[in-house]
Design a binder for this molecule. Structure first.
Ligand code: SAH
Ligand code: SF4
Ligand code: F3S
Length: 448
């Protein structure tokens, strides 16, 4: 069978799609372009209204393609699937499987049964209380060219931030066992992986649910960092309320823990943070930032911000701008508040008018662009290693432009004579120029 996966949403979805693709390939299926696919899989996101709407327009496109071949069918997974569930079967009869993130472990077998005509439709929407291990290779598999990998450490979220649909779509927090995580990481590194990103909606509360076995996130981090041959270790996402002193200090102690942290602040006003039910205030947030910078002075901090949360005044918003400036985030994802079905903020008043929210978003993004530019300018002259991801999209001049990332995850473009063979290599560079969202490096040594 030929299949195609389209993925929306966060890195957890990206990783889920990668896992599903490997599981189908191990059954002899083949990943192809959208045009040739016999099975379309959509892995969806419902964190805001926009990505949810994209799912329906994508299904419209699939429907048009389907008219040419009635054996072709679709599967919808991820957060919108969990939310809408069997509703998809009525609206889009060619959808034969819906699966949520807890149901994904059973998706490869369900797809096989449907493709073989042994089952008409299936819905894998039950939440589980303990992390369900997914099939994994039991010996090292050669890493793909990028030599980077994601590893799930938990699923779901217990925080119920007032605006957020994730706890409803991904269920309660379920930590994976440290043994399963470490086994997967070791096999990946043995297969050639050099960079691992540990994933969870709230990694700092790892082990604090029913699945916990008394191993904290800081301890897990240490064990993974100690795997010989692992050059870079990252993790995401961190909730400020749960970050432990030990994790903060780890940035100064573990040489392969990358000097960057995504620490969603959401808002700079204590009043708004309280209404959002974030359970920290700006004093606490700033003390975490101080701790991180003491542990690792070159740490690069990035964040998520929401503007126009119900009740946000101009003064509250001003506090967000002040905090963004004070912390000096290198970059941020900023969003207009979007009402999601069933979340607490739906009933909070007053709503901020759409034009006002758009205007705030623009002001915030203008400020952020200026800060980003300053941060990148300060790096000119620095020496570092760029981990090569492949050729840059933009090519100019005679030399070939390669795209890599420095340890903090910043994009570094490097001109080199090689036209192939550098993906997955570290190239020593000196930063020679700062662009708007990236750096330009000059090679200073042999790739390793
Ligand atoms: N678990 C992560 C984030 C998950 S969602 C965390 O807690 O940090 C990613 C981001 O989407 C959030 O950080 C938030 O900024 C944004 N977001 C979530 N719900 C939203 C909503 N209803 N409207 C606008 N932005 C939202
Ligand atoms: Fe959503 Fe909050 Fe959980 Fe993040 S911590 S996924 S924002 S409820
Ligand atoms: Fe989206 Fe679900 Fe991730 S809502 S952000 S795909 S957890």
């Amino acid at each position: 069978m030929k299949f195609h996966i389209t993925t929306f949403g966060c890195q957890m979805n990206v990783h889920d799609s990668q896992w599903l693709a490997r599981a189908l390939e191990s059954r002899g299926w083949e990943e192809t372009g959208a045009e040739d696919a016999q099975v379309y899989i959509l892995n969806t996101c419902s964190v805001r209204d926009k990505p949810e709407q994209k799912v329906y327009s994508e299904l419209g496109r699939v429907a048009a393609h389907l008219r040419r071949d009635e054996n072709v069918f679709a599967a919808v997974g991820g957060c919108v699937a969990q939310q809408v569930g069997r509703g998809f079967f009525e609206r889009f009869p060619f959808v034969k499987l819906v699966f949520g993130s807890d149901g994904i472990a059973g998706a490869p077998n369900a797809l096989e049964r449907i493709a073989a005509g042994r089952e008409e439709r299936a819905a894998l929407l039950d939440f589980v209380t303990l992390y369900e291990e997914r099939e994994q290779p039991d010996q090292p598999v050669a890493a793909d060219e990028s030599r980077q990998a994601f590893v799930n450490i938990m699923q779901g979220c217990d925080n119920f931030c007032a605006y957020c649909i994730v706890p409803y779509t991904r269920g309660r927090q379920k930590s994976r066992t440290p043994e399963a995580i470490l086994d997967e990481c070791r096999l990946l590194v043995e297969g050639g992986v050099r960079e691992i990103t540990l994933l969870g909606q709230n990694v700092n509360s790892f082990g604090l649910d029913k699945g916990g076995v008394g191993v904290s996130f800081a301890e897990l981090l240490r064990s993974v960092a100690a795997i010989p041959g692992l050059d870079r270790l990252r993790f995401t996402t961190s909730h400020p309320k749960d970050i432990a002193g030990e994790v903060i200090r780890a940035f100064g102690e573990l040489p392969n823990l990358c000097p960057s942290l995504h620490l969603p602040m959401q808002a700079g006003s204590d009043k708004v943070l309280k209404a959002m039910r974030r359970k920290y205030d700006m004093e606490r947030y700033l003390s975490i930032v101080d701790g991180l910078r003491t542990a690792r002075p070159d740490i690069s901090l990035t964040t998520d911000l929401i503007v126009g949360f119900p009740g946000e005044t101009e003064e509250d918003f001003q506090q967000t701008l002040d905090m963004v400036e004070r912390v000096g985030f290198e970059s941020s994802f900023s969003f207009k508040y979007s009402d999601r079905p069933g979340v607490a903020a739906v009933n909070m008043e007053p709503k901020v008018p759409a034009e006002e929210a758009s205007e705030r978003l623009l002001r915030l993004q203008t400020l952020q662009n200026n800060i980003t530019r300053e941060c990148l300018k300060n790096l000119v002259g620095a020496r570092t290693d760029a981990f090569m991801e492949g050729l840059s999209r933009m090519q100019d001049g005679d030399a070939v432009s390669w795209k890599g990332r420095d340890p903090a995850g910043r994009i570094v473009n490097v001109s080199m004579s090689e036209t192939a063979g550098l993906t997955g290599m570290m190239v020593p560079v000196r930063i020679v120029e700062a662009k708007k969202h990236s750096l330009v490096g000059e090679r200073t040594g042999e790739p390793w």
